[in-house]
Design a protein around this ligand. Structure first.
Ligand SMILES: [Zn+2]
Length: 209
């Protein structure tokens, strides 16, 4: 999508600057009257980030927003504070349990320049192979790492059992058809957890995923 930003002097109508772009924008503005506080208008949707990452807010941002609107346990999160980047080059190496996605706090420099508070990094190697339902579950899972107070927390049991009960043990790495948790007829975590406990009793018998 082609866009153009034109800056005018409000008084004289004179055109000061014209910027053309297509991958989104991130504007910082400062005023002289509110102690110079820098404000951010973030809309970095689609662009290169470093050597091997691609910004994919156009893809994951709306997904995160819908998840946040739907699930109380993550309602404290602001999706526009997350920069979603996809590693487009990573391939499995020697690590036995490589991660698929992770979320980190933006470092001070990134936050002060862009206003993003978190960076969610996703490995395209995996998400390319996943179904939409699995990608949604993955994003939900990563959002669960953001605590009410804004800090990042490790997996808690509840979170993990939600995922396993709903989506199956190897939900993130198999091509299993799983529930789309954004579907209107998704019955909710509680009912699924109950089912999950029953399943776990027979876990040893579940040799096939
Ligand atoms: Zn996790």
């Amino acid at each position: 999508m082609k866009r153009k930003l034109i800056i005018f002097d409000e008084d004289s109508g004179e055109e000061i600057e014209k910027i053309e772009f297509s991958g989104g924008y991130n504007i910082s503005v400062a005023n002289l009257y509110d102690s110079g506080k820098i404000r951010f208008i973030r809309k970095l949707d689609n662009g290169k980030f470093g050597d091997k990452h691609w910004i994919k807010n156009y893809l994951y941002g709306p997904l995160a927003k819908r998840l946040i609107e739907k699930f109380d346990e993550i309602r404290h999160i602001k999706s526009e504070k997350i920069l979603f980047i996809e590693d487009t080059e990573w391939e499995p190496g020697i690590s036995k349990q490589p991660w698929i996605a992770r979320i980190k706090k933006a470092n001070k420099e990134l936050e002060s320049i862009t206003g993003y508070e978190y960076v969610m990094e996703i490995r395209g190697y995996y998400t390319d192979k996943m179904s939409k339902s699995q990608v949604i579950a993955l994003i939900y899972h990563e959002l669960r790492h953001i605590h009410q107070d804004g800090t990042l927390i490790k997996h808690n049991i509840e979170d993990w059992s939600n995922m396993v009960a709903t989506l199956g043990k190897d939900w993130a790495t198999t091509m299993e058809a799983i529930e789309n948790i954004l579907d209107d007829d998704f019955i909710g975590w509680d009912d699924l957890r109950k089912a999950g406990r029953q399943i776990s009793m027979f876990e040893g018998l579940r040799m096939v995923k």
